[in-house]
Write a protein that binds this ligand. Structure first.
Ligand code: PHB
Length: 625
């Protein structure tokens, strides 16, 4: 098994402890403790009062799949055999089959025979947390300006048990800058924000931290520390400040000095990370406190704003001297902005099943579908749009579910520390991001498109591809060939001139007028075939038609006898970022058939790709493609 069993499942506060307090972990050594209830199969609340057993089991399966996706060496979601899921999660195989079928019906995982893989749609859960906490929405622009001002990466992190969870990243791509993803978790003692958060810990919180340090000295529960991107295989283990080594390891310095650093950070009003994560990486962080007088976390450190650099550009001290005045001012402004912010979470409705659809799916799939689990996820999702810190009644209204159902879901989430309550109001906790958020959002357009192209090819039995514009050419980034003898030899990375191709035409249609004019001005006198349109006026008209119709059909212009039908793929902002096509030998498919039969199938696939793209890029600051 590639996943080195995480020894620590980052915990939320122990019952009764303040929200920012670290607590005991929920399960040892990568096994997700479910107790006797874990083996039940009933689709209802189980014998521990009102905790919804199926929902708890679904979350356990997602958590394990997520830990597996983040554990090296091959980082990323990958198929897990259902038998292994059953073994590791301590569940009956029949139970796992139903959990997997339900998660798959909701689109949270993909099921392929006897394996399951985390699916992009899972990011909707983390998006609900990110939308509901308002931090990325309120601070994204401020953070981007700060990153511009210093030409360094800037991040915002929040306390999550004894860890530090990233909720916003504005990165400067540089050779030596490991980049944590939104959703990644670092141990508090190994980064600047942790020292700020620890100021709010109670004695019980410190004890919980200490227990984690003792049980997980190698940071098995923090796969982000070990990301292959930042730690190429074979890099030696380092002590803090050891510039020779590169990877973190059991580390007395970070641990023994932590309480003192936390005290110093409280006193100074900022914290410095001098290569605590790894050699060369330095950061300075300022606290963002909760200034809302009636907030359950009033006065506590809500988040930390960090500027991150490298010893090749700065020392920890010079970085602090340079950035602190501005960093402090920006953090204070951020405090005010968050305190004044009265907007409702603006997460979008992204096709999440409503109560009616859940009922229909249940009717269709019968006992294989754990409706109580699916309803739980619908409740979680409802935090992302509508009311801020909703009441039970508001969640019932938003989901269309009975109050008793919503109540049991909330009890389950609270029990597992994904939700906290204060009075009648409920809020999501950053721990929701541990459900695979970083893994499923860290995905290329190619990987995102592939399963949809595969489905399309199965339906139309012609080859399908996705390409992007690269200068005056299109470049294939994904391709699924139909298993026919006559199919066109194209591989990923293949480039063709844009103008005589269908994908090129829809991509050109997405260009701003000046860029299109430039392309038209550079058309050659003769094309690859006699049919190729090289006259700028005629091509302009064809591009305009592709724009108007939303597709292009091109026959024999790139190659005699080859026909391609293409549609644009748009990002969240409506910009054309890529094109998808179906290609076929011209003789086999008359153009009318292509329009009548292939176009609807291609559009369905394109819409599915765009929907996934929207979900995984909702809080991504790097380009989508
Ligand atoms: C980061 O944003 O990557 C970061 C922030 C603070 C640290 C280390 C890394 O101490």
């Amino acid at each position: 098994m590639a996943a080195t069993s995480p020894t620590h499942s980052p915990g939320g506060p122990p019952p009764g402890a303040p929200a920012g307090d670290p607590g005991s972990s929920t399960g040892p050594a990568g096994r997700v403790a479910l107790g006797a209830a874990g083996r039940g199969t009933a689709d209802d609340a189980d014998d521990r009062g009102d905790v919804v057993g199926p929902l708890e089991r679904g979350l356990a399966v997602l958590r394990w799949l997520a830990a597996r996706a983040d554990a090296g060496p091959a980082v990323g979601p990958r198929p897990a055999p259902l038998a292994e899921v059953a073994r590791v999660c301590g569940l009956a195989r029949a139970t796992v089959d139903r959990v997997a079928a339900t998660l798959a019906a909701d689109g949270l995982v993909r099921q392929d025979g006897r394996t399951v893989t985390l699916a992009p749609r899972l990011a909707a859960l983390g998006n609900a947390y990110l939308a509901s906490c308002r931090i990325p929405d309120v601070l994204a622009e401020t953070a981007a300006r700060l990153a511009d001002a210093f030409d360094e990466s800037v991040s915002v992190a929040v306390p999550d048990g004894d860890g530090v969870r990233f909720v916003l990243q504005v990165t400067r791509r540089r050779a030596m800058s490991p980049v944590f993803r939104v959703g990644d978790l670092l141990p508090a003692e190994r980064c600047a924000p942790g020292a700020l958060f620890a100021a709010d810990w109670s004695p019980a919180g410190w004890a919980a931290w200490r227990a984690r340090v003792d049980t997980d000295p190698g940071y098995g529960g923090f796969p982000a520390l070990w990301s292959p991107a930042s730690h190429p295989a074979g890099t030696p283990i380092a002590e803090p400040g050891d510039v020779e080594g590169a990877a973190p390891g059991p580390d007395a310095g970070a641990v023994t000095g932590f309480a003192a650093r936390a005290a110093a950070a409280l006193e100074a009003g900022h914290a410095v990370d001098d290569q605590l994560v790894e050699a060369g990486l330095i950061a300075v962080a300022a606290p963002i406190r909760d200034r809302r007088p009636n907030s359950p976390t009033a006065g506590q450190v809500l988040a930390a704003l960090s500027v991150v650099s490298h010893t090749s550009r700065h020392s920890a001290r010079s970085l602090a001297t340079d950035v602190l005045p501005r960093l402090r001012a920006v953090a204070l402004a951020a405090e005010e902005a968050l305190a004044d912010d009265a907007a409702a979470p603006n997460g979008e409705a992204d096709g999440w099943p409503d109560a009616d659809l859940l009922r229909e799916t249940k009717a269709e799939l019968g006992s294989g579908y754990l409706q109580s689990m699916a309803r739980g996820f619908a409740v979680l999702r409802a935090f992302g749009a509508g009311t801020r810190e909703p009441t039970l009644a508001e969640l019932a209204r938003a989901t269309g579910l009975p109050r008793a159902t919503v109540r049991r879901s909330l009890l389950t989430f609270t029990h597992l520390r994904y939700v906290a309550s204060a009075g009648r109001r409920f809020r999501l906790l950053p721990r929701v991001l541990e459900l695979g958020y970083a893994a499923v959002t860290d995905i290329s357009l190619a990987a995102l498109a592939e399963p949809h192209l595969t489905e399309l090819v199965a339906a139309v039995r012609e080859s399908a591809s996705v390409s992007v514009l690269a200068g005056d050419e299109i470049r294939y980034v994904a391709r699924v060939a139909a298993s026919r003898i006559v199919s066109v030899a194209v591989t990923i990375g293949t480039r063709f001139p844009a103008y005589p191709t269908a994908m090129g035409r829809v991509l050109l249609a997405g260009l701003p007028p000046q860029a299109l004019a430039g392309q038209l001005a550079r058309l050659p006198a003769t094309g690859p075939t006699p049919r190729a349109v090289t006259d700028p006026d005629r091509l302009r008209a064809l591009v305009a038609a592709a724009d108007r119709d939303g597709y292009a059909l091109v026959t024999g212009e790139l190659e005699e006898g080859l026909q391609s039908l293409a549609v644009p793929l748009r990002d969240r902002a409506g910009r054309v970022v890529a094109a998808a096509n179906v290609s076929m030998p011209a003789g086999r498919v008359p153009p009318e058939h292509a329009r009548a039969v292939l176009l609807p199938a291609l559009r369905t696939a394109a819409a599915a790709i765009e929907a996934d793209l929207r979900i995984v890029t909702a809080y991504r600051t790097s380009p989508a493609v």
